[in-house]
Design a protein around this ligand. Structure first.
Ligand code: SF4
Length: 308
């Protein structure tokens, strides 16, 4: 069986940075280090950090006084920052700089008196963080129907921002609907969208041209991994989201000559290797990596972790 690996796939710079913040905090301050929410949406990553002494909590009330606390890559609302400050918790903020950029865009639009529309998934921690970072109400839209349901006057000053794990392709219909509905609307430059989301989605489209089945390595609660699987399905290739090789179902591959593998931004390469091993247990495989866009983006760590 031919196996093609999408390029790029897996970890993005924001995820690399977030994991490194927890690891360095454990080294510098010693365990335990508390992490609010899964640092990134991947069980393997979370379990490995737990083994090193990280404790994951959903609410700051679970963090004991003065314990080193890390905010996850998805970002948090201001109320969470304020609660941590009020309790005097030493905080390391692992919010991806691209998520922070979206927060800042939202604040800027609001300070200019615009009504803010956020394109994103209800309940996702990044969306909750973004809605809680801007000082005013945010209208959340998930699809074009939500845009149609907005009751603002059509000449109201409006601005939109987007969840980072949606790509240009995901948002273009919603943005077009907003632009058609409102006469005074602003939004960020299209180049501001998360590079990693866009690159992984383009790579899965390229992959889909060569394969009969696509396996997306990622967690069930990972927004960007789900989107990769949806894209495979949309272009007509049977696509499955699996956490690791143990979830591979041989029935999926019965008529497949070529299998494609990609991985969400929070899925480590070791899990891709695990899936390849699971394929090898079914039959001989030849693995090729597709040519793709090279990524060399790195985000700086917080100063308190780099100072010697
Ligand atoms: S997917 Fe994009 S926004 Fe999200 S953590 Fe990675 S680089 Fe940051």
């Amino acid at each position: 069986m031919e196996v093609y690996l999408a390029q790029p796939r897996g970890f993005c710079a924001g995820v690399v940075r977030a994991i490194e913040i927890v690891e360095r905090a454990l080294e510098k301050y010693g365990p335990p280090v508390y992490v609010r929410h899964e640092i990134v949406h991947n069980k393997y990553v979370v379990e490995s950090l737990k083994a090193k002494g990280a404790i994951f909590v959903e609410d700051l009330s679970e963090v004991p006084p003065l314990a080193v606390t890390v905010f996850s890559a998805h970002g948090v609302a201001r109320s969470v920052e304020e609660e941590a400050a009020a309790r005097g918790l030493p905080v390391l903020n692992a919010t991806c700089p691209l998520v922070t950029k979206v927060h800042n865009q939202g604040k800027r639009y609001m300070s200019k008196g615009r009504t803010l529309v956020l394109i994103g998934h209800a309940g996702h921690p990044e969306v909750e963080g973004t809605m809680g970072q801007v000082p005013g109400p945010v209208l959340l839209v998930q699809d074009v129907d939500d845009v149609a349901a907005l009751t603002l006057p059509t000449d109201a000053p409006v601005a939109y921002i987007t969840q980072t794990t949606l790509s240009v392709d995901d948002t273009k219909d919603i943005i077009a609907a907003l632009q058609a509905k409102f006469t005074d609307i602003q939004g960020p430059d299209i180049r501001d969208i998360c590079y990693a989301t866009q690159n992984r989605q383009s790579a899965v489209r390229d992959l889909s041209k060569l394969v009969d089945v696509i396996l997306v390595v990622g967690a069930a609660n990972s927004s960007n991994s789900n989107r990769l699987r949806e894209i495979g399905t949309e272009v007509g290739v049977a696509s499955y989201l699996i956490a690791d090789g143990s979830e591979l179902n041989p029935d999926w591959l019965k008529d497949a000559k070529a299998v494609g593998i990609t991985a969400g931004a929070s899925a480590p390469e070791v899990l891709v290797d695990d899936v390849i091993e699971a394929l090898r247990r079914i039959g001989p495989v030849t693995v090729s990596v597709l040519p793709g866009r090279e990524e060399n983006i790195e985000f700086r760590l917080p100063a308190e972790l780099t100072a010697g």
